[in-house]
Design a protein around this ligand. Structure first.
Ligand code: OGA
Ligand code: MN
Length: 294
């Protein structure tokens, strides 16, 4: 890899509905202005970027992330023992030290979601950096929500124009209850934020389906059974393999994704193997729908 100058990068699209590799960059050193502009453009074009073969400590990881904006603090976790090395870093891991989990999500499957969408202001993107990976499993899937929106049947599009959805904040993407939250049986009573289902991306001005998480979601203003039915149809459409790409992790991979236009999930893996990732997230704005784009 020619990273000597940190200026000649190549964007290699995955060939799937989203994601590209950025080749030729050492992220431990700041990229030049032109390179940075290329990365930003590639991020808007491909939604998910992968940088392989990196060697970063936490401050270098955070410095790279800060190029894209102010960082958000880590979310509230389910595990009682988890201590993050920095307030902006979430440790994603199944590793236990003296019987205590050092990270979040364990070895479980994480269902499709957009990070922290249950907040009023949602992170524009997240960065995940692989320090240890299991020999098999634990792959992370990404799904293009512009494509999901663009291909919605016209009738379904009409049904969701102007509608908002409640994004439940009580559970994480492994379905675990977060610290300090109580279990809700009725989605209408779930805590969280309300966001437009059709979300206009502030930079590309393209519309995306913005669904958050399926569990305890609720479409405001509808009777519960109609909300469930509409959500089921939207999720069935949004989770088609044609919109997906899967990241098979190697140590030193840094993957960054746009939370406004992509969802992600994770496969479970063997609990007797180790996986260790550091994640950070870039503070964002309040999701909106611009009617002029429809
Ligand atoms: C995340 C996340 C999945 C993974 O970091 O937000 O969902 O692959 N991680 O660990
Ligand atoms: Mn996530």
């Amino acid at each position: 890899m020619d990273t000597a100058s940190n200026t000649r990068i190549t964007v290699k699209p995955s060939g799937a509905a989203l994601a590209a590799d950025i080749v030729g960059l050492d992220l431990s050193r700041p990229p030049g202005q032109d390179t940075y502009a290329q990365i930003r453009k590639a991020w808007n074009d491909h939604l998910v970027l992968r940088f392989r073969g990196q060697k970063l400590d936490d401050p270098q990881f955070l410095n790279f992330a800060r190029l894209f904006g102010e960082l958000d603090s880590a979310p509230i976790h389910a595990g009682k023992d988890v201590v993050n090395p920095y307030p902006e870093i979430t440790v994603m891991s199944n590793i236990k030290v003296n019987g205590k989990s050092i990270g979040n999500l364990g070895h479980y499957e994480a269902v499709w979601h957009s990070d922290m969408s249950y907040n009023e202001r949602t992170p524009i993107g997240s960065l995940l950096y692989a320090l240890e990976v299991p020999p098999v499993g634990g792959n992370t899937g990404f799904s293009n929500m512009y494509a999901a929106y663009d291909t919605l049947p016209a009738e379904l599009k009409r049904e969701i124009v102007g509608k908002t959805c409640r994004h439940d904040s009580s559970r994480n993407s492994a379905g675990e209850l977060r610290k300090g939250f109580k279990d809700v049986a009725d989605p209408r009573e779930a805590p969280g934020a309300n966001h437009p289902i059709i979300r206009t991306h502030p930079e590309t001005r393209r519309n995306a389906l913005f669904l958050g998480r399926r569990q305890s979601a609720y479409i405001n203003g509808l009777p519960l059974d109609e909300s469930e039915d509409l959500l089921n149809r939207l999720w069935a459409h949004a989770t088609q393999p044609a919109f997906e790409w899967y990241q098979v992790w190697q140590v030193g991979d840094l993957v960054m994704w746009d939370n406004r236009s992509a969802m992600h999930r994770r496969d479970a893996f063997d609990p007797d193997t180790r996986r260790l990732m550091h994640r950070t997230q870039i503070k964002g704005d309040q999701p909106f729908f611009d009617p002029a784009t429809a």
